[in-house]
Design a protein around this ligand. Structure first.
Ligand code: ZN
Length: 245
């Protein structure tokens, strides 16, 4: 039995600390709404703190999100410890859990940013299969915002070398999976992409958006912002007839 089950569930979402996951997710939803990343209740944010997973609910206006709206799941049993009765869990939940399971992530961000969608459309028009199924870019300074190991810049590679972040001359690669009618049906393809691309920090979903993760909220947010910058730049370069690779 979980150590949390005999608690008042509201204890899990009540804290004066702005960095508490319930407060932090609400704040991030407002920030991401202002960026156009989570318009029309799409997209989402989840944080895993030790053995608790915090998830924003489905169908709530992101700029109105409150700590009391949060679902809280026991990471080990995958059972909800707190479940607001007036809301449904987010359809993104199995995709966020995939980032925690396969990447040891501490936070996962899903955006419907138009720049992410546009980049997948430009890649879709390529006659080359590799370009259709993977966005890659190099020699742009903002690439340095992305971890070499996908999550956790202090991860240790074989041989004991610290992985760190990508450098200016490295190539950033983000796999693209095809969209499905229902968000949760993306889970299998997302997991396959995470396993096939062990260094990727994110997965693009064609005509839909992007899933980005990190070892903690700071890294996930840095990577989401860096990637959105790079997607926007790539779209603008394409419009100017410039190649981004
Ligand atoms: Zn979505």
């Amino acid at each position: 039995m979980s150590a949390h089950t005999d608690q008042d569930p509201d204890v899990l979402i009540t804290s004066p600390d702005p960095m508490h996951p319930a407060n932090h997710i609400s704040e991030l939803c407002r920030k991401f709404y202002d960026l156009g990343w989570v318009t029309g209740t799409g997209g989402g944010v989840s944080i895993r703190k030790e053995d608790l997973v915090y998830l924003a609910p489905s169908g709530v206006q992101k700029e109105m999100m409150q700590p009391e709206d949060m679902f809280v799941m026991d990471w080990k049993t995958k059972e909800y410890l707190r479940r607001p009765l007036n809301y449904k869990p987010s359809a993104c939940t199995p995709l966020f859990l995939a980032a925690y399971t396969h990447r040891g992530a501490g936070c996962c961000i899903h955006t419907h940013s138009q720049w992410a969608v546009l980049v997948t459309l430009i890649c879709e028009s390529s006659p080359d299969w590799a370009t259709r199924t993977c966005f890659s870019i190099k020699e742009i300074e903002q690439i340095k915002g992305i971890s070499r190991g996908g999550s956790g810049s202090d991860e240790i590679a074989e041989g004991g070398r610290k992985l760190g972040n990508l450098g200016f001359f490295d190539t950033l690669r983000i796999p693209i999976i095809e969209n499905t009618a229902h968000e949760e049906d993306l889970t299998g393809a997302l997991e396959q992409a995470m396993l096939a691309w062990p260094e990727c920090a994110a997965v693009l979903v064609r005509r839909h958006g992007v899933y980005v993760w990190g070892k903690d909220v700071g890294q996930a947010k840095t990577q989401a912002e860096s990637l959105d910058y790079l997607f926007q730049l790539a779209v603008r370069m394409h419009g100017m007839g410039l190649k981004w690779t």
